[in-house]
Design a protein around this ligand. Structure first.
Ligand code: HEC
Length: 137
């Protein structure tokens, strides 16, 4: 009876230790990219969406109305066509004035770590590639 009890207990232990194992997909690069986009999205929704809108199309609920010029529509081809990573990083770190625009987009270089600015860039690029609202929400 004792033996049976021990067997049952060890089966339980084996079962639970197996289910806790995390399966690591082979392509680590995509995990890193996924993380970056998710983090970028989190930061964007909190810090940027009041002006840029939750889906990045430039119609922020809080400040979007009074801004002239309005924040650009990140979901269009035109926006991303002429902007590479370096330009986006510069615009975010130093604000829109650092890329020769108005001073309406604040500089974020002192708020975020370089890595976080890269997360934001990765997310903004993702918005462009997947313009459907349902997919970036
Ligand atoms: C107070 C409102 C406001 C907030 C908050 C804001 N932006 Fe902006 N942003 C703007 C406006 C307005 C423009 C357009 C400026 C122009 O064209 O003169 C802009 C432009 C930009 C551009 C395009 C620059 C270019 O190359 O033309 C990027 C990229 C950008 N913002 C990123 C961000 C990110 C990332 C955040 C959050 C961390 C953010 N913004 C927060 C208002 C804002």
């Amino acid at each position: 009876m004792k033996v049976l009890f021990l067997i049952i207990i060890s089966l339980f232990v084996i079962f639970f230790s197996c289910t806790e194992e995390i399966e690591i997909p082979k392509n680590n690069i995509s995990i890193k990219n996924d993380f970056s986009i998710r983090e970028g999205k989190r930061l964007f929704l909190y810090y940027c969406s009041p002006c840029h809108g939750e889906n990045g199309n430039g119609s922020g609920k809080f400040f979007g109305y009074g801004l002239k010029p309005k924040p650009p529509d990140f979901t269009t081809e035109e926006f991303i066509k002429n902007r590479n990573d370096e330009l986006l990083i510069l615009a975010i770190s130093g604000g829109s004035i650092s890329v020769g625009k108005s001073n309406l987009c604040p500089p974020w270089g002192n708020t975020f770590h370089k890595e976080e600015i890269k997360f934001l860039v990765d997310f903004i690029k993702k918005i462009k590639r997947v313009p459907k609202k349902s997919e970036i929400k």
